[in-house]
Design a protein around this ligand. Structure first.
Ligand SMILES: Cc1cc2nc3c(=O)[nH]c(=O)nc-3n(C[C@H](O)[C@H](O)[C@H](O)COP(=O)(O)O)c2cc1C
Length: 164
């Protein structure tokens, strides 16, 4: 059991890039890390710790991230778990509440509520009618703060080093 799993659920790619940055930072602290689409993760059994993040859509998480969490709840009792979501667009990024099911599972596991990172919505990356329309309006832009993402991942990496 050596790997740290960083799993993500995305529609337009922004959350995948956040997960990859988190994975790279944890890897730089000499951890073995795999970064995977949540839809491709059946079990967290081989992993010693899990980071899971989802894009936010209409206040919800992507189904594959919720599924991963629900399906693996038992195994996650004995593994460190950190959650994040990405979504808010604009200059003022405020913490977003996770959907109820995610909050309930996190509470049962004693995990912190998901950390909120800003999102990205641009005409070049938008997928779907509404997204393409929104990407032409005032909400458009890339509001991911890479320094903040790096700091968050660094904290996780340090805690995992301490737990070795
Ligand atoms: C139709 C639509 C609904 C959205 N709903 C939310 C929302 O409820 N809360 C939020 O913070 N961001 C919301 N967003 C912003 C996205 O979460 C943001 O663009 C995010 O970075 C997309 O991640 P992805 O590229 O990984 O799919 C929404 C975007 C679209 C296009």
């Amino acid at each position: 059991m050596t790997e740290i799993l960083v799993a993500y659920a995305t529609k337009m790619g922004a959350t995948k890039e956040i997960a990859e940055a988190i994975g790279a930072r944890i890897r730089s602290a000499s951890h073995e890390v795999v970064v995977l689409d949540a839809a491709d993760v059946h079990s967290v059994e081989p992993c010693k710790a899990v980071v899971l993040g989802s894009a936010l859509y209409a206040g919800g998480w992507r189904r594959e991230a919720v599924k991963l969490l629900a399906r693996n709840e038992k195994l996650l009792h004995s593994r460190p778990l950190r959650l994040f979501h990405s979504g808010p667009l604009g200059a003022d990024i405020t913490a977003q509440q996770a959907p109820r099911k995610v909050r309930e599972i996190a509470a049962r596991l004693g995990a912190e509520e998901p950390f909120t990172f800003g999102g990205r919505l641009t005409p070049q990356t938008a997928v779907g009618f509404f997204a393409k329309k929104m990407a032409l309006g005032p909400a458009a832009g890339d509001f991911r703060d890479w320094d903040e993402i790096d700091r968050w991942a660094y904290t996780i990496a340090q805690r995992l080093v301490a737990a070795r």
